[in-house]
Write a protein that binds this ligand. Structure first.
Ligand SMILES: Nc1ncnc2c1ncn2[C@@H]1O[C@H](COP(=O)(O)OP(=O)(O)OP(=O)(O)O)[C@@H](O)[C@H]1O
Ligand SMILES: O=P(O)(O)OC[C@H]1O[C@H](OP(=O)(O)OP(=O)(O)O)[C@H](O)[C@@H]1O
Length: 314
């Protein structure tokens, strides 16, 4: 039996969020060798092996097919793969790790606010300094593609090893392409984002490798994982209304209730209180609103959508 290989980030906010998200679905992480161990198991999913790696290594491993699934940033998947539709697929976009990959220039460049301005500034820069304007980034592919799409050619790429926002101040580059969420780091380094300088709006994602070997049981383990994750999502999105009395079918349809049994219905969470009030107004004796931890159903749409990609490929 092939075990499911799952990679999650080894440190930082992505790790904490991924760990909490899995725990909420009933899969608690147990790291071998304590907090600094780089392998782990998931309680409740004995046929999975967990690898703790950097977000970049996870994106690369999914693209290469070194493991089946992983939590990483969409920015990295898009940057590292030349053909993401062929290599990997986002199974679920997650609620955390939201950040934009942006083009930023020194705030002091008052006449540079758009990518078109940047091209003009690049031409002036070359005339004045006898060399091309430098753009520092870890996102080499995304930068090349976006600059080409915006017809910006007057630049040279410098691969950044870290602290990219410091590159203009230290003289390593004039312009940067990097990830930002609150904008604090950009402001602290006197940089501004160009008006049309958002290359990608990224989130953390659970992604599956389309290049990994999925034979021999790994798919079944993935289905089990996703069934619990979707059961949590259903539970979060709905409330259970337990009703003391009969609910007419027309009212049920009007309120968007799904029948679970004769006197219990699922309501969208945000409408539960309003629906309970309308039910009592219609004549039912009492309505209790309950929150579930999990609501399992037969179908696992995210699993089915992921698996379908293998049959549609040549
Ligand atoms: N400020 C942020 N807000 C939200 N998500 C972020 C933020 N910064 C990074 N991320 C997400 O987390 C991923 C990994 O970022 P992290 O900061 O851990 O990597 P890094 O510092 O570039 O890694 P390394 O030090 O290994 O090069 C990013 O690719 C992005 O998807
Ligand atoms: O727009 P901001 O909210 O300032 O975030 C941007 C910063 O966050 C990331 O670094 P890192 O993961 O080291 O985050 P940290 O600076 O929050 O520690 C990223 O490499 C940026 O430098």
């Amino acid at each position: 039996m092939t075990r499911l290989k799952l990679a999650i980030p080894s440190k930082g906010r992505l790790k904490d969020n991924a760990e909490n998200w899995l725990a909420r679905a009933g899969f608690k992480l147990r790291q071998s060798g304590g907090d600094r161990g780089y392998t782990a198991e998931l309680k409740g999913l004995p046929d999975a092996d967990v690898l703790l790696l950097s977000a970049r290594e996870i994106a690369q491993g999914l693209i290469d097919g070194s493991f089946h699934i992983g939590v990483t940033g969409e920015d990295l998947l898009n940057d590292l793969s030349a053909d993401l539709a062929r290599d990997a697929s986002v199974i679920k976009r997650l609620e955390f790790g939201g950040a934009d990959v942006v083009v930023a220039v020194p705030s002091a460049w008052l006449d540079v606010n758009t990518m078109a301005d940047l091209e003009a500034a690049g031409a002036r820069f070359r005339q004045r300094h006898g060399r091309r304007m430098k753009v520092a980034t870890k996102y080499l592919r995304l930068t090349r593609n976006y600059f080409a799409q915006k017809s910006v050619g007057e630049y040279r790429l410098i691969e950044s090893a870290g602290a990219t926002e410091a590159a203009p101040a230290s003289g390593q580059a004039e312009v940067i392409v990097d990830i930002t969420s609150t904008g604090t780091t950009l402001r602290a380094n006197s940089l501004k984002v160009l008006d049309d300088g958002v290359i990608l709006k990224s989130r953390a994602a659970l992604a599956g490798s389309l290049r990994a070997d999925w034979s021999g049981g790994a798919k079944e383990v993935l289905q089990k994982l996703l069934a619990s994750i979707e059961a949590v999502e259903s539970a979060d999105a709905t409330s259970l209304l337990v009703v003391g009395g009969k609910v007419e079918e027309s009212l049920r349809a009007e309120l968007g209730l799904t029948e679970i049994s004769a006197n219990s219905f699922l309501s969208p969470s945000g409408k539960a209180v309003e629906n309970a009030r309308k039910l009592t107004e219609s004549g039912v004796n009492s309505v209790s609103i309950l929150k579930s931890d999990f609501i399992f159903s037969q179908a696992t749409p995210s699993y089915e959508a992921f698996i379908a990609q293998f049959s549609t490929r040549a």
